[in-house]
Design a protein around this ligand. Structure first.
Ligand code: NDP
Ligand code: 2IT
Length: 446
């Protein structure tokens, strides 16, 4: 924590909410960035905005009970954290993964508030999910779980109240089952979830939006530094929704994708992935739900249990899998491998100390709050489409997505200090989001 942050005495406020380790790391990052802003603004101090943003409006926790294919009863936790609706309805994804705890969802909900503020769209922040593990489950089991989850969640959400979407383990299939159950229970077809299959009111381009937005942000960072993505070697982690479409746009823009990964290991591409290999991989991952260890191709090497960061030389890194997947040693390896720009497709994939390595070495670092905001911004376009009973073209979505990403880049620049000759996008994003939230909280009264 910086001197400025300590002088604002933010530490006791953080300690008082007893955050888990992930939530604490997310808050401390923001505290460090925004302490000088609070120090300069007495109305933020008087309204206690930092403190009020630490405690969610409410945490909803419920039991999810469902029947597996053998007829046995299964029980999971379900959560929805409604963090703040000061800028609009609670908005954020649902994560289904065995590692999910309340701490995971607190950190994601908190980050979501700042990210959503940066998009300039009228959306508040929230997050939800379950410790359910979709891996190895049959399609019918996933459907029954989603139906059971929605049996509880439906009483808490609404198109102007709380609008969930996907995240790790929750894609079009799960959103379809969740929305189907919501429609049956409530009789409403009001677009309460985003990331819906097209036939259920989904938006053309939402699947691509997060990954495309991340590449657009990385490209803006490069351009601001007088460079371009064309010809760059791009390291990507993950091979899910964000990673696959980040790879697609990076390749369209002339980048060479040199790695992808899943939780079992990584693949590297000697000469960069070909568009044919990418099409195959999208089908392999999204339709066949395969594992990278079972996927092979010309010029492809598989590295069991390895993260991508030390495997090959690269210019740009896009971590698109999960939180804290880039630790101090990984950051040092990325620097050694030649990486000059990191843009986070995932939420908080880089630890605080990894970020410090980047700053010390002059690597440009685009935080997830800014770099992956294209997904939720496009979810908001889906809300517009549904509320207006309209049907957007993909071009309209993509044009608006590009505008939003470039506008977020501008906000980061205008709020960011320079560190070691590089724009500190992390601080810029935190301050940009914080000021919008803080002004609205002050305006709202107590
Ligand atoms: P998916 O479930 O589609 O893909 C997740 C990918 O990350 C998979 O390849 C998965 O591998 C890998 N992964 C997950 N957990 C781990 C782990 N513990 N260690 C190593 N690899 C792991 O999720 P998304 O692509 O939607 O989400 C990826 C990240 O992007 C998350 O941080 C999410 O919060 C963030 N994000 C997502 C948005 C969206 O619109 N979907 C929007 C903004 C951010 P495996 O299959 O082996 O588990
Ligand atoms: O982390 C995120 O921004 C998401 N998972 C997407 C949220 C959304 O509401 O589209």
């Amino acid at each position: 924590m910086t001197t400025a942050a300590c002088s604002m005495n933010l530490n006791p406020l953080i300690d008082a909410v007893k955050p888990g380790p992930l939530y604490r790391s997310a808050i401390e990052e923001v505290a460090e960035s925004v302490a000088p802003v609070i120090a300069e603004n007495t109305s933020y101090q008087d309204a206690r905005v930092f403190e009020r943003l630490l405690i969610p409006d409410r945490v909803i926790r419920f039991r999810v009970e469902w029947v597996n294919d053998q007829g046995g009863v299964e029980v999971n936790f379900g959560w929805r954290i409604e963090h703040t609706n000061v800028l609009g309805p609670y908005k954020g994804g649902l994560r289904f993964h065995p590692s999910v705890t309340e701490d995971t969802l607190h950190f994601l909900a908190y980050e979501q508030c700042f990210k959503n503020a940066l998009t300039g769209q009228p959306i508040g922040g929230g997050k939800g999910g379950s410790n359910f593990n979709p891996k190895g489950k049959s399609d019918n089991e996933v459907m029954r779980f989603c139906q059971a989850f929605m049996r509880e969640l439906q009483r808490h959400i609404g198109p102007s109240v709380d609008v969930p979407a996907g995240d790790i383990g929750v894609g079009g299939r799960e959103i379809g089952y969740l929305y189907g159950q919501y429609m049956k229970i409530t009789k409403q077809r009001d677009g309460v979830l985003t990331g819906k299959p097209l036939g259920l009111g989904g938006l053309l381009g939402r699947s691509e939006a997060t990954g495309y937005g991340t590449v657009t942000f990385a490209e803006a960072m490069l351009k601001h530094a007088g460079d371009t993505i064309d010809g760059k070697r791009v390291m990507i982690s993950g091979s899910g929704n964000v990673a696959l479409y980040a790879a697609e746009l990076a390749m369209e823009k002339g980048g060479r994708v040199v790695t992808m990964s899943d939780s079992g290991g990584s693949v590297s591409f000697e000469k960069g992935m070909t568009s044919e290999q990418l099409r195959e991989l999208i089908d392999f991952k999204e339709v066949q739900r395969g594992r990278l260890k079972d996927w092979s191709g010309k010029g492809v090497s598989y590295h069991p249990e390895a993260r991508p960061w030390s495997l090959v030389d690269a210019d740009v890194a896009l971590p698109c899998a999960t939180q804290h997947e880039v630790e101090t040693d990984d950051a040092a390896a990325l620097v050694d491998r030649g990486v000059k720009v990191v843009a986070e497709g995932a939420n908080m994939p880089c630890t605080h100390s990894a970020r410090t390595v980047f700053h010390m070495k002059g690597v440009l670092f685009g935080p997830g709050k800014a770099a992956n905001a294209g997904g939720v911004a496009t979810s908001c376009f889906e809300m517009h489409q549904n509320a207006a009973h309209d049907s957007w073209t993909k071009d309209r979505t993509m044009d608006k997505l590009t505008d939003v990403m470039l506008e977020i880049h501008e906000q980061c620049i205008s709020n960011a200090p320079m560190v070691n000759g590089a724009v500190d996008y992390g601080v810029g994003a935190d301050r940009g989001g914080f000021v919008k939230l803080a002004d609205a909280i002050v305006a709202m009264g107590v």
